[in-house]
Design a protein. Structure first.
Length: 141
């Protein structure tokens, strides 16, 4: 396989699909609203940071180590208080970062985002099909 695709990020993309299939398997309506609201607020924060120099100034003034330690402590606290957060947020984010690192030098930026989005949506759809047809998750307990 390595001879045919010497620079193929296939393993990272498969891990990304499995992570998002796990998300699709676990999603309920309540989690879906939470997932979409976190996604929309993150996108809004990133766009406002790039477009508005005031927001960039706020994040630019904090030392990077302080911002990292605050984010890490918030994430650990949320994982202990909401165990489903590990499945719904942390694993997909880490696998998305892994896949992005694997393919960032191979393709242009627009192709990378489309590829990651397509694989993630296919994974969520596959997880939801598994939930509906094969193995229901324990969301009603």
């Amino acid at each position: 396989m390595n001879r045919i695709f010497p620079k193929s990020p296939l393993l990272a993309l498969i891990l990304l699909m499995v992570a998002f299939a796990l998300v699709g398997w676990q999603l309920t309506l309540h989690h879906l609203v939470l997932f979409v609201s976190v996604l929309c607020s993150t996108i809004a924060l990133v766009i406002s940071q790039e477009a508005n120099p005031w927001m960039g100034g706020i994040f630019g003034q904090l030392p990077q180590i302080l911002l990292f330690s605050l984010s890490l402590s918030l994430l650990i606290t949320l994982i202990f208080t909401l165990p489903i957060l590990l499945t719904l947020v942390v694993i997909p984010v880490l696998t998305t970062l892994l896949a992005w690192q694997e393919i960032r030098l191979l393709y242009p930026r627009s192709v990378i985002w489309r590829l990651l989005l397509i694989v993630a949506l296919l994974g969520v759809g596959l997880g939801e099909l598994i939930d509906l047809l094969i193995l229901p998750s324990a969301k009603y307990y």
